[in-house]
Design a protein around this ligand. Structure first.
Ligand code: GDP
Length: 430
């Protein structure tokens, strides 16, 4: 059986924690999209970790952790990350890398930087990890699959061919140093040696695992609103963030995905540019940012302060629908305990009309939030284990939001660690 953990919003919803928790009862954890551009923060018995490439199951001895074909694989970063966890006494994780995963090349990272420089103020707010140039090359069919590292003659020929076109851009568009094909080939040999012990035909491995009734967990990065098709294009990421893409990016039959845990944070945050209707500013935002998450709302990879906002029912309803949420995990609820009153965005006003349907980007940019204010609960809820023991106003907040989004909130996270979780019976759960 296959489960997915995905985000309903802009990412940073707390997927890492939910994946880490569900990983306890899973056999295989697989990353199916994205790259090292975003991070998951996980707090467990070994300490606090920010993972960028490794699946969130690496802290358990019993799980197999897989980098699926849909991932943008930065090989040296993957190995640095393995080193950084094993240096902190985590046993060497069991890891497999899809032979069809494509490789983030050193020039992808450079092109990402050069393009941001060229665009200046009109940039997309890239994390400059090479992700957009990587996926552009993948679909332009000049990417390199991991398996190609092991075919020396083909590799040499392809490197020469690709370098030729890259150098034209470097010379005439960006006015930057050219790539030396021999040096690049050397670097790729290093990648080959690093990856060799882990390379695997992942879809065949997963097919066998399904026959053996193993539990497979798909781990998403970012959230619905960063999806290149259904998100806030063009301020999106370059690979699909939807659970449906898990089938493609891991190599699984779509009908095997039975449970889709869609993670929603109890307030909003976003990184990078783009419309963010329920955004707040000034001291109000600063206080939420400082108190948010576990140690503040700052990017796990970049350290950038995140943009903050109230919970957005319009975006989250849409986010859950596109994911096909079977369960909503409602996270970081404990952080809101300081507020006297909590505004929630319940609609968008666009050209004088109020809607609860998430619009296309041009309309979204005109949307103004319609806010409803709910009473706060003014207390610490960490440590509470049963839904009934939450303060009444806190339960009302959860139930109000569930009613607005229309998907069952069955898990409530009230703290950063594995054990800070409340399971709830939802009237919406069939
Ligand atoms: P991801 O990319 O979706 O995994 O999100 P992040 O890594 O940005 O996680 C959000 C942050 O919130 C991390 O620092 C987590 O440790 C933390 N976190 C997750 N769940 C909770 C929660 O319920 N309460 C609090 N206070 N922090 C949480």
């Amino acid at each position: 059986m296959v489960k997915a953990v995905v985000g309903a919003n802009w990412g940073d919803e707390g997927k890492g924690k939910i994946t880490d928790m569900l990983a306890e009862k899973a056999d295989i954890i697989i990353r199916f999209q994205g790259g090292a551009n975003a991070g998951h923060t996980i707090v467990n018995d070994y300490g606090k970790f920010a993972l960028h490439t490794l699946p969130s199951g690496v802290f358990y001895g019993h799980t197999v952790n897989i980098i699926g074909n849909g991932v943008a694989l930065n090989i040296p970063l993957l190995f640095q990350e393995i080193q950084s966890v094993t240096d902190r006494n985590v046993p060497m994780p069991k890891l497999l890398v899809s032979d069809r995963a494509q490789i983030v090349m050193p020039y992808h990272i450079l092109f990402d930087q050069y393009e941001e420089e060229r665009l200046g103020g009109k940039s997309f707010g890239s994390t400059k990890s090479g992700i957009a140039p990587f996926y552009s090359d993948k679909y332009a069919k000049i990417g390199f699959q991991v398996s190609e590292l092991f075919e020396e003659a083909r590799l040499r020929e392809k490197v020469a061919r690709v370098v030729e076109t890259k150098n034209v851009l470097l010379e005439h568009l960006y006015h930057k140093p050219l790539i030396d094909a021999e040096e690049l080939l050397e670097e790729l040999h290093g990648y080959r040696d690093m990856a060799a012990p882990y390379v695997c035909d992942v879809s065949a491995y997963l097919a066998q695992a399904l026959k053996e009734n193993q539990t497979i967990l798909l781990e998403g990065q970012l959230g619905t609103l960063k999806d290149p098709d259904h998100g806030i294009y063009p301020m999106v990421t370059s690979s699909s963030t939807l659970a449906a893409y898990g089938a493609v990016g891991a190599g699984l039959p779509p009908y095997e995905i039975k449970e889709i845990y869609t993670v929603c944070k109890a307030y909003s945050s976003a990184v990078g540019a783009g419309a963010f209707v329920s955004e707040i500013f000034g001291e109000e935002a600063e206080e939420l940012r400082r108190r948010g998450g576990d140690g503040g709302e700052y990017g796990a990879t970049t350290g950038r302060p995140r943009r903050m906002g109230w919970f957005d029912c319009v975006a989250s309803k849409y986010g859950c629908r596109l994911q096909g949420a079977t369960d909503v995990a409602f996270t970081v609820l404990d952080v809101l305990g300081y507020l006297e009153e909590i505004p929630v965005c319940v609609g968008y006003e666009i050209d004088g009309e109020v809607t609860t349907d998430f619009p296309v980007t041009a309309k979204l940019e005109k949307a103004k939030p319609v806010l409803k204010t709910l009473p706060g609960w003014k207390s610490e809820i960490r440590g509470i284990k049963n839904y009934e023991d939450l303060p009444e106003n806190c339960r009302k907040y959860v139930e109000f939001i569930e009613g607005q989004i229309g998907y069952p909130i069955t898990m409530i996270s009230n703290g950063p660690s594995r054990s800070d979780i409340i399971y709830r019976k939802s009237p919406l759960k069939k």
